[in-house]
Write a protein that binds this ligand. Structure first.
Ligand SMILES: Cc1cc2nc3c(=O)[nH]c(=O)nc-3n(C[C@H](O)[C@H](O)[C@H](O)COP(=O)(O)O)c2cc1C
Length: 165
């Protein structure tokens, strides 16, 4: 009865300039809406934000992950995006996490995760979250050099990259 878990791991460069990190309000709002939609689609995962870019794992039924990833692909908050792994697995890596978050401020992470890790995802420490996220990254084959989603969009629309160096 268990359905295969479809998983996408990507990293991206943020569209904003390096010195303009997304504020906590922005991150909290992003997480709140992502978690709502992920929960409804039975999607779990983790999002890492460094200020320069994102790393994210999305996992769940293909019918849930795919439309969410399609939205993410065209989200203008990314500049360029590369898929690290796209695979089918028997188990989730982040069960119960509608979207765990790892940023650069531990206190903020704890606060943001209080509302984001569902019953099954009872508070793991920052270190465990970091460890797991890094293991995913290290263990993942760098596969498809993919898709400059933003760059492709810019080129297609002729707006080029003038805005962000
Ligand atoms: C770094 C990043 C991660 C995101 N992660 C998710 C996510 O896990 N789930 C989700 O539904 N939306 C996520 N979003 C938001 C989507 O890109 C999109 O804005 C939202 O799902 C609404 O999509 P729609 O405009 O197609 O309805 C993320 C956006 C960014 C910039």
């Amino acid at each position: 009865m268990s359905e295969d878990i479809f998983r996408i791991v990507y990293k991206s460069k943020a569209a904003h300039p390096a010195e303009v990190m997304l504020g906590q309000g922005h991150v909290a709002a992003l997480l709140a809406s992502a978690r709502r939609r992920n929960l409804a689609a039975d999607v779990s995962g983790v999002l890492v934000y460094t200020g320069l870019g994102f790393f994210q794992v999305l996992e769940g039924p293909r019918s849930g992950v795919q439309p969410i990833f399609e939205s993410i692909l065209v989200d203008r908050r990314h500049h360029t995006l590369a898929v690290i792994e796209m695979d089918v697995a028997a188990e989730r890596r982040f069960p119960g996490w509608s979207m765990g978050f790892l940023g650069t401020d531990r206190e903020l992470d704890d606060r943001l995760n209080r509302s984001g890790l569902g019953a099954a995802g009872a508070p793991e420490t920052f270190d465990q979250l970091l460890r797991r996220a890094l293991l995913v990254l290290v263990d993942s084959p760098i596969s498809m050099p993919w898709l400059g989603a933003r760059a492709a969009f810019d080129e297609a629309s002729g707006s080029a990259r003038a805005r962000w160096p």
